[in-house]
Design a protein around this ligand. Structure first.
Ligand SMILES: CC(C)(COP(=O)(O)OP(=O)(O)OC[C@H]1O[C@@H](n2cnc3c(N)ncnc32)[C@H](O)[C@@H]1OP(=O)(O)O)[C@@H](O)C(=O)NCCC(=O)NCCS
Length: 390
């Protein structure tokens, strides 16, 4: 057997997980982990969450410039019109098992959208590609909300074009018009999750795009990649952890026990950010007002427990540069907004689909199929042994 430690004869180097390998060039988002900066198309997400909307941010990601009045009005109208799901997809969701995981339902629903697009495989002009992307971004909330209502035995709510993208999702999920400030918080959450350079799901989307796979295959593949616990889903585990801690008074003992047993504290630490994740800061800012609008005593305790946890982690683990990541506060925000915890990763997808689409457009417009090398570490020249002699 070849020794896996010996580098291949051509001098190339195996990097598990492609760590440190530059696998693509992109002008979509930039992450500075040392200084806690995240930019979309060169604009800081602090600016975008303060002044932009998810629709405008999606336009920025797809077209690489901020829209003027007319462009934004057109794009917002286009997105709103495209929220309606094809009949066949609505029927299919109606027949999905109610026990299905929402991420599986979303992945299947997105793949099925191709059935309603006769020209799905025609990867044409940038203009048409972007238009198709806007339709996918518009339909993801409708898919998530339709499945959520189906599994609760409720009829889907019709999309409301008078509502923003964020408001409409909350309405379609609950059937109740959301508080405008709560909807704006959700809008900000969507903005700050919309892209994050090359992570596993974005890379998956680009790999499928590089085969000239259509947008529906590429996005449903990305949803599959996001569904794994090492990528999406940490915010759900943060929420469970905070509920299990129970109160700020129990935090110190919890942290000490985690450190003593070598367990990781959920929502803490990041491969790239060596300071507090800018998205965690932005989410933390909106929680106090959100609690005033629709939080109860239980949610207040949850938030106070999180604040205390951040403080104690800082004291005990600050020297390791471990700080809250985006998932630390996003689960609390979604919990206060009334989103069921097993929908958290679909909400992540509902936002990240904008970034995936931008990456798909970028990939297909300057394409080279991904075909990395493999280092073979198996045997050679083994004899085929007849069955009776094995
Ligand atoms: C995100 C994460 C995978 C990054 O991992 P990484 O960059 O590979 O960092 P490492 O796992 O090598 O950790 C470096 C050190 O910090 C410690 N550490 C990292 N995350 C920690 C956490 N959440 N709680 C306690 N200690 C942690 C490690 O034990 C290690 O300590 P050591 O040097 O004494 O062995 C990791 O921080 C983690 O698992 N966090 C919790 C899960 C989470 O929140 N995921 C969402 C990410 S957005």
């Amino acid at each position: 057997m070849t020794n896996p430690q010996v580098p291949p004869p051509d001098g190339s180097e195996y990097r598990p997980g492609l760590e440190g390998v530059v696998a693509s060039r992109s002008s979509i988002s930039y992450v500075d982990g040392e200084n806690g900066v995240l930019e979309y198309r060169g604009i800081d997400i602090r600016e975008l969450t303060a002044h932009s909307t998810f629709e405008e941010t999606t336009f920025l990601l797809l077209y690489n410039h901020l829209p003027d009045h007319r462009e934004l009005a057109q794009f917002t109208t286009l997105m709103a019109r495209q929220r309606v799901l094809p009949h066949a997809v609505r029927e299919a969701i109606h027949n999905f098992p109610v026990s299905m995981h929402p991420m599986v339902a979303l992945q299947a629903g997105i793949a099925m959208l191709a059935g309603d697009d006769y020209f799905a495989d025609e990867i044409g002009t940038q203009r048409n590609n972007i238009k198709r992307c806007s339709s996918v971004v518009a339909k993801v909330p409708s898919l998530v909300a339709a499945f959520e209502r189906h599994r609760n035995g409720e009829e889907p709510m019709p999309a409301q074009s008078k509502y923003s993208h964020a408001e409409n999702f909350l309405f379609m999920m609950t059937g109740v018009q959301p508080h405008p400030e709560a909807a704006r918080v959700f809008d900000k959450l969507l903005i700050m999750h919309a892209d994050h350079s090359t992570n596993a799901s974005t890379f998956t989307c680009r790999v499928i795009g590089s085969t000239l796979g259509n947008i529906y295959s590429s996005i449903s593949g990305a949803v599959g990649a996001l569904s794994g616990p090492l990528h999406g889903g940490a915010n759900e585990r943060v929420l469970r952890m905070l509920y299990s801690i129970g109160s700020p008074d129990n935090v110190e003992a919890f942290v000490d026990e985690q450190i003593a047993t070598g367990n990781k504290i959920m929502g803490i630490g990041h491969r790239i950010y060596k300071t507090k994740d800018p998205r965690a800061e932005l989410l933390q800012e909106v929680i106090p007002r959100l609690l005033e609008i629709q939080g109860g005593e239980e949610k207040q305790t949850l938030y106070q427990t999180a604040l205390r946890l951040e403080e104690v982690v800082n004291q005990r683990l600050g020297q390791k540069k471990l700080y809250p990541n985006v998932d630390f506060y996003s689960g609390i925000v979604l919990e206060i907004l009334g989103v069921p915890s097993d929908l958290f990763t679909t909400v992540f997808a509902l936002s990240r689909v904008a970034g995936w689409c931008a990456h798909w457009v970028e990939q297909v417009s300057a394409n080279r199929i991904f075909r990395p090398k493999q280092e073979y570490i198996g045997d050679h020249h083994r004899p085929y042994v007849p069955m009776e002699r094995r």
